[in-house]
Design a protein around this ligand. Structure first.
Ligand code: COA
Length: 139
């Protein structure tokens, strides 16, 4: 898959302030500086896309054990850069890296909102199982 023209794809994390800004601007829950720093350092793989002026336009990451269990998180594209294929390119790159670095059979999970299904389903994601649901809590 080719990357969207006019953007520089990077296999590198965002800076703490860029990470926090992207989450905030795209409507994801706000994170503190300490949360952001730990998230950046503890991530298995990062992808970002830079705009022509060098600023961050989009990000996504994989949190995982490197063996078989992986979580796609922080998929976010700034509104002015949405709809240009950045989210899809980032997700494809992350999935390709899991395929390359992990044994076959890797379990990849994410939480999708309804519009996100158009991004995730064509790339192979499916509902967990009929009658089963994801569960969570905030500690
Ligand atoms: C989800 C998100 C990262 C997609 O980024 P993007 O760079 O615009 O993605 P793409 O341009 O590659 O588009 C991929 C497809 O997903 C669709 N899509 C995915 N999430 C969407 C959303 N929340 N709203 C509208 N469309 C969405 C796009 O319309 C597109 O479908 P199409 O190609 O059939 O038209 C971006 O919409 C975003 O930052 N949303 C807010 C943060 C968020 O909700 N993240 C988690 C989503 S579960």
């Amino acid at each position: 898959m080719t990357d969207p023209a006019g953007y520089e794809p990077r296999a590198a994390p965002p800076a703490v302030d860029g990470y926090r800004r992207l989450r905030q601007v795209t409507g994801l829950s706000p994170k503190s500086e300490a949360q952001a720093a730990a998230a950046i350092a503890g991530t298995w793989s990062w992808r970002t896309a830079l705009a022509a002026d060098g600023s961050i336009a989009a990000m996504g990451r994989v949190v995982g054990d490197g063996g078989w269990c992986f979580l796609i998180a922080d998929m976010a594209t700034l509104p002015e850069h949405q709809g240009r294929g950045l989210g899809r390119a980032i997700l494809v790159a992350l999935l390709d890296e899991i395929r390359e670095r992990a044994e076959p059979g890797a379990y990849v999970t994410l939480t999708a909102d309804p519009p996100g299904r158009r991004l995730y389903e064509p790339l192979g994601f499916d509902d967990v199982a009929p009658g089963r649901t994801g569960m969570h809590q905030v500690l």
